[in-house]
Design a binder for this molecule. Sequence first.
Ligand SMILES: Cc1cc2nc3c(=O)[nH]c(=O)nc-3n(C[C@H](O)[C@H](O)[C@H](O)COP(=O)(O)OP(=O)(O)OC[C@H]3O[C@@H](n4cnc5c(N)ncnc54)[C@H](O)[C@@H]3O)c2cc1C
Length: 472
Amino acid sequence: MDARRIVVIGGGISGLAAARAAADQAGAFPGGLEVVVLEREPVVGGKVRTAHDDGWLVEEGPTGFLDNEPAIDRLVAAAGLEKLPADEAAAHRFLVRAGTMREIAAHPVRFVRAGLLGPLGLLRLAMEPFVPGRPASAADETVWDFARRRLGRQAADRLIAPMVLGVFAGDAKRLSLPASFPKMAQMEAEHGSLVRAMLAKRRAARRTGASVGGPAGPSGWLTSFREGLAALPAALARTPGLRVETGVAARAVRPHPGGGFVVEREPGPPLEADAVVLAGEPWAMAPLLRTADAGFARLLESIDCPPVTVVALGYARDAAGAVPRGFGVLIPRGEGYRILGCLWDSMIFPDRAPEEHVLVRAMLGGAVDREAGTWDEERAVAETRRDLARLMGLAAEPVFARVVRWPRAIPQYELGHRDRVRAIERRAAGLPGLFVAGNALDGIAFGRAAARGVAMGEAAVRFLRSTAPGDA
Ligand SMILES: Cc1cc2nc3c(=O)[nH]c(=O)nc-3n(C[C@H](O)[C@H](O)[C@H](O)COP(=O)(O)OP(=O)(O)OC[C@H]3O[C@@H](n4cnc5c(N)ncnc54)[C@H](O)[C@@H]3O)c2cc1C
């Protein structure tokens, strides 16, 4: 029996997780199984890029992942890496209200004192348990509408909208709550109230001795690696038996008349595949399918991915005394700032800055300010410096600067997203042997992308086991 082949398109965490999951089963696969990853860029990792620059360690994309995903644990163990949890300082998170930074305190008295909400906003928030729940079957709802309904308008504008900036660089008034934050929808569906759901979770945690939360909020502890997040994709790409072709772009995926697919690539001759996992960005996967299924392509390219620019600035420690101990700050729109927020990297993980220096990273752009995401480096640095000076008196000249522009950064799960995902899954089912991984469908974060990648890699192997060569 001839060896079968799975081609994974995209060498970000999704594609490498899929490839690793498939390669793990290659040894026991009857007749043999070859797993090939095609990655357009010269290095693997996708949005995960860690730059090491003269003592500075800059995450050009994600900062880390929430340590709540068993699939990540298995990948980390397989890669032989050691997880690095964020410092306790990361528990201190800030929001801007009326021009000043205020800490989001978990303690009710300190929360009230912080002044994030006025008396009416606090009263409305306290009424949350008495707001009737909405059935899970109800029509789609934006994150902002959900927040206003359950928590009140002040909390929606001042607490929830900036949280959406922090996760999606997204607009709370456009994103779908059940698609973007399914756990919140589930909390309401199961308990009728977010507060009641949180109390139930706390009681359960007390019973089992589990932790209810960490610096990244109630669902996990922010985690990375000492050498930066890119260590994981780099290690996965070294999996024995895996063929990773970097600097090779897939150009088209066509069903093969004899079964399976032909993957056109550049450079290189077409590659026959018994199964294909699409693990690139939705806008990058759409053109590959244009000939095979134009409707499928249109669905993928209709997922909006606005630009994000990351501005990393380094300062001498004594010049950066105004940066409070903590994780970072998010800034609601309407406060007059252009940065969406800023992370204080050197307080979150060790060795991010040279001795006696501080590294901060601001984000610009997103769905709420596309223009800022298109600024050139000079303008991005100048505007970021202006904002940091106003926000926390950080007016000193930075001793280090690095700007990274992602012209199409984070997929937006807009209203109607779940219907679009169902339609995409129906189209994929019409091309047996084709699987869609990536973070554009049902999980925006690194950990969720990895988990979906593993699931799609395993599904591809199951598909091959269920089909004899030739009927793929
Ligand atoms: C600025 C920023 C900050 C973020 N911060 C966080 C964070 O702190 N925590 C978190 O959990 N998540 C964060 N995320 C999200 C996280 O980065 C993603 O969930 C994750 O990296 C997505 O991985 P992926 O493999 O699905 O996609 P990508 O990383 O986009 O990888 C897709 C890969 O496919 C390749 N490709 C595309 N087309 C082709 C082709 N035709 N042929 C060959 N290769 C192709 C691309 O070159 C790319 O390498 C952030 C994202 C951004 C942009």
